[in-house]
Design a protein around this ligand. Sequence first.
Ligand SMILES: Nc1ncnc2c1ncn2[C@@H]1O[C@H](C[S@+](CC[C@H]([NH3+])C(=O)[O-])CC(=O)[O-])[C@@H](O)[C@H]1O
Ligand SMILES: O=C(O)C(=O)Cc1ccccc1
Length: 247
Amino acid sequence: MSKEPDRIFAQPLAQVPDFAFNEDVVRVFPDMIKRSVPGYPTIVENLGVLAAQFAQPDSVLYDLGSSLGAVTQALRRHVRTDGCKVIAVDNSTAMVERCREYLNAQNSMFQELLPVEVIEGDILALEFQPASVVALNFTLQFIAPDQRLALLSRIRQSLLPGGAMILSEKLRFSDPEEHALLTDLHIAFKRANGYSDLEIAQKRSAIENVMKPDSLEEHRERLLAAGFSKVVPWFQCLNFASLIALP
Ligand SMILES: Nc1ncnc2c1ncn2[C@@H]1O[C@H](C[S@+](CC[C@H]([NH3+])C(=O)[O-])CC(=O)[O-])[C@@H](O)[C@H]1O
Ligand SMILES: O=C(O)C(=O)Cc1ccccc1
């Protein structure tokens, strides 16, 4: 993986453009996500462990909004179920190109990995195959809020008995004090990881129009409305959480 440090917002910008998953972001993405999302490495590694408990023979494991394929790589390391295949989907050309390179490198380092297909496309337009595991690792928050329920309903329809969807998201909190506290603690996490106040402020303004977090209650209600029967949070670090949703 690229070791290039994230300095995207280090210099003052006259106008901060909306955040996009372009070539510049792709180059620094592993560093950016690790220094920005508390618990990210733990979530990714354990997603593989969780998936191995839900994978059903001869089914698809989806990694939706796969970026550089960190989740796909964890699924391939942990899942040994017969006849499974991983399908990684992302609509950023730059991400998909680099993701394919990383997965080729994984192929040459390990044997007996699950087969993988990387699709460049919009997950809102995807025809889902019968799936036992669907990972949405920090992707739903970038989908337009009015499209989220329909997407989750379509995922629910494709899920096989015994399978699960795993949804990781940045959280918003309906209690203003709780929201302010966890936002401050997230800023402290970023500062401790070497981001300056300017970087933190410019990044915040870049993502505010493109990334809209929901509260845990909103997630739970929408997942139930989409037809999931049970929602089980399995991880939270500050304002970032991951949920298991059962069909
Ligand atoms: N409609 C869409 N269709 C397909 N892809 C999309 C769409 N909208 C956004 N994306 C893609 O979703 C990814 C979100 S990053 C996921 C991290 C990864 N899961 C990880 O575990 O490393 C989260 C983050 O950077 O905070 C980007 O690669 C987008 O191109
Ligand atoms: O940086 C942040 O404040 C975030 O909320 C997480 C994030 C991580 C990577 C890309 C966009 C947002």
